[in-house]
Design a protein around this ligand. Structure first.
Ligand SMILES: Cc1ncc(COP(=O)(O)O)c(C=O)c1O
Length: 349
């Protein structure tokens, strides 16, 4: 515990355009809101019952109910998975840069996190990852698409990693699946060491409810179930899940908006001559250089929150910008343009 770093996400005073946490930038489905409004005071007196909703979710994503658990966000899925499978002497293998919480939760175990640095193009470091597999590798965690880079691993690469690390659980974290459209969820059960996570925090717009899914083969899930708290998913979240799943029209509409906005926003970045990496998710990583902190500050003063990722390995001078609706991103592009002009003119003084 003493060696663990403290992690404080930069929350607080976020009444602005929130392009800093890769959330849905507007709202969840109105059907969810309606269900929330109908929940009675009496219903809150009961402990939450997860299983019926797990069956609904399992059917929706095409796995057996025994292969799936609901969790308090994907963060809990990661935490529980690491607690379940990582012991002293074990290794967690991570391509970096990647999602911060993998290292945070790994550091709460006695295992060692082994990181594999992506090259300058930040593409998924497939070959290097394969070479880093050892008999001690107990979990390989792959965010697909990855954050903060937006890069992706192919299905073939994931299957090969699982084949080459038979003693390890390969966790594919599909938090941004809806913006990417490709999945390995259909391989759950047939690839014996593959586990897949999904979240309701991003495209569905339910980050505040804390809802995640972890799916995997029954013989691995049985250990996860022992560690998982029975009531970590609360009854409000459980009530909201079925209407969120049913409203596919809302989800498709939101995802369509984001993808169109991403294309437009990338064109603005090109016009502003800001380097950026290709993204398959609802955010884009941009290179600002040494004035990255100032850019975050100035954009925030202009009403747009973005996220400094400069301390991520290989991301020196980089900032991550969430993609929201087209109209929002047009406004964000204007604020970015103004900020860049200010920063660039300072540089010429
Ligand atoms: C790759 C990845 N996994 C998981 C999460 C967290 O998801 P949740 O809100 O379901 O805990 C995030 C959030 O930023 C993420 O980027």
């Amino acid at each position: 515990m003493k060696a663990m770093k403290e992690y404080h996400p930069p929350l607080g005073n976020r009444d602005a355009m929130r392009l800093d946490f890769n959330e849905n930038t507007i709202a969840c489905s109105p059907r969810v809101k309606e269900v929330l409004g109908r929940i009675s005071a009496g219903a809150l007196t009961r402990y939450p019952e997860r299983e019926p909703v797990e069956r609904t979710v399992a059917e929706h994503i095409g796995v057996a109910a025994e292969q799936l658990v609901l969790t308090n966000g994907v963060d809990e899925a990661i935490h529980v998975l690491f607690e379940t499978f990582l012991d002293a002497g074990d290794e967690l293998l991570l391509p970096v840069p990647t999602y911060t919480m993998y290292e945070v939760y790994a550091s709460a175990t006695d295992a060692q996190a082994v990181t594999v640095q992506a090259a300058e193009d930040l593409r998924f470091p497939f070959e290097r990852l394969l070479s880093a597999i050892t008999p001690q590798t107990k979990i390989v965690a792959i965010a697909n698409p990855n954050s903060p880079s937006g890069s992706v691993a192919t299905r073939e690469q994931i299957v090969e990693i699982a084949r080459r690390a038979p003693a390890a659980v390969v966790l594919v974290d599909e938090a941004y699946f809806h913006f990417f459209g490709e999945t390995v969820m259909d391989l759950v059960g047939s690839v014996p060491n593959l586990m897949v996570a999904r979240t309701f925090s991003k495209a569905y717009g339910l980050a505040g409810l804390r809802l995640g899914v972890l799916a995997g083969p029954v013989d691995l899930m049985k250990w996860v179930r022992r560690v998982l708290s029975p009531y970590s998913v609360n009854s409000l979240a459980l009530a909201c899940l079925p209407p969120a799943l049913e409203d596919t029209a809302y989800l498709n509409w939101y995802v369509g908006e984001v993808l169109a906005a991403r294309t437009e926003f990338e064109a603005s970045l090109d016009e502003l001559k800001i380097r950026h990496w290709p993204s398959r998710a609802n955010f884009v990583l941009v290179e600002i250089g040494e004035k990255h902190k100032e850019l975050v500050r100035l954009m925030s003063a202009g009403g747009v929150l973005v996220r400094d990722r400069s301390s991520d390995p290989g991301c020196d001078g980089c900032v991550r910008i969430t993609i929201g609706m087209r109209e929002q991103m047009r406004e964000a592009a204007l604020v970015l343009r103004k900020t860049m002009e200010e920063l660039r003119s300072e540089g010429n003084e």
